[in-house]
Design a protein around this ligand. Structure first.
Ligand code: 2NL
Length: 356
């Protein structure tokens, strides 16, 4: 019996997998297994023999059974260890970068300035980009002989032979939007009109399409003082620091009096910083709305008066975000975007992205 025990315990210890263990179990404890056969022989023994052989066989059976279970558990542990070694996962790896879009700086600045003017009671007005020359010029007191009305300064729409409708142009400013808003709503009114405008101009600092925001406030007794407060409030909120303004007398056909507005800035090391220093930067045209313009929009100039202003959005976006060159808007030059945290345009791609 000792030989039987040594034999099985030794083979169990050496078994390499579960199938080998099962084979050993059947060979020892199965119906025709060696231990089972020995147990069957108990019936033929004398009571004295049985008294010692019985418990010994039971002990052997349970010893082999435990050895089988222990070895089975050890094999499962080893298999798990092996899987853990083979199938490890580095959960500290960075994620895969994904392509993402972002709001264009001009759109972002438009949203920012819209919010600031909204706080001062200005609604947003919108209108067509293709205008009649009446809304774009005549209603604004711009005379037929004005240079803006020449073919080489403004984009005139092509006309079919025999088309006798009034000429259409790509709007050269968003003033016609404000004429339409005044005509529709009457006075009092407070609106801004941001949007695309078009002029036949193309060089280092001019593009044929650019973005403008105009503002208009009409009430009983508005003055240049209200204009100055609104603009200083706007520039301070927009640039996040108090910004002084300087008004210089000027001339526009649609305002009287008219003023060009400069904002305070410093020029150090070729860098412009708004809201500090004793330099000035021209950013805006403005004035009291001309009575003839009020009349064109159906507002009685004897009852109402107000101010208007216009400025370039691209320009103030460049100032706020340090964009050195207008061509950044068109050439996909992403360096300044990276610098100012518009990073999603500039994520390195695993599979080859849009970056160059
Ligand atoms: C500029 C600045 C300006 C206006 C735009 C305006 C609009 C209406 C009535 C009167 Cl509906 N004025 N807009 C006023 C002053 C200046 O634009 O530098 N333009 C060439």
């Amino acid at each position: 019996m000792d030989a039987l025990k040594a034999n099985y315990l030794g083979r169990i210890a050496e078994a390499g997998d579960e199938a080998a263990l099962e084979e050993l179990r059947l060979a020892a404890l199965g119906k025709k297994g060696e231990v089972s056969l020995k147990m069957r022989e108990l019936g033929k023994m004398s009571p004295e023999q049985r008294q010692t052989a019985g418990p010994a066989l039971n002990a052997l059976k349970s010893e082999i059974d435990s050895a089988l279970k222990a070895k089975k558990a050890a094999l499962a542990d080893a298999a798990l260890d092996e899987r853990l070694r083979a199938e490890w996962l580095d959960v500290t790896l960075p994620g895969r970068p994904r392509r993402m879009g972002t709001v264009h700086p001009v759109s972002q600045v438009t949203d920012e300035l819209t919010a600031i003017f909204a706080d001062m009671g200005f609604a947003v007005a919108e209108g067509p980009q293709i205008e009649t020359d009446w809304y774009n010029f005549d209603a604004l007191n711009i005379p037929p002989e004005h240079p803006a009305r020449q073919e080489h300064d403004t984009f005139f729409m092509a006309r079919a032979e025999g088309d006798d409708r009034p000429p259409h142009v790509l709007r050269t400013h968003t003033s016609p939007v404000q004429i339409r808003a005044m005509a529709a709503q009457g006075a009092p009114i407070r609106v801004i009109a941001p949007g695309r405008v078009y002029r036949m101009d193309m060089d280092q600092t001019h593009a044929p399409m650019f973005h403008q925001v105009e503002g208009l406030a009409i009430d009983r007794d508005l003055s240049m003082a209200n204009l100055k407060w609104v603009l200083e409030e706007f520039f301070s909120a927009f640039f996040g620091t108090h910004v002084k303004t300087r008004f210089r007398a000027s001339h526009f056909p649609f305002t009287e009096p008219s003023a060009e507005v400069d904002i305070q800035c410093s020029w150090e090391g070729g860098q412009v910083k708004v809201g500090e220093g004793d330099g000035w930067l021209e950013v805006l045209g403005s004035g009291m709305v001309h009575p003839k313009v009020l009349q064109s929009a159906g507002v009685d100039p004897d009852q109402w008066q107000g101010f208007a202003f216009g400025m370039g959005i691209d320009r103030i976006a460049m100032l706020k975000y340090g964009i050195p060159d207008l061509r950044a808007f068109f050439d996909s030059d992403l360096r300044w975007l990276r610098h100012y945290g518009f990073q999603s345009l500039d994520v390195p791609m695993l599979h080859g992205g849009l970056n160059r």
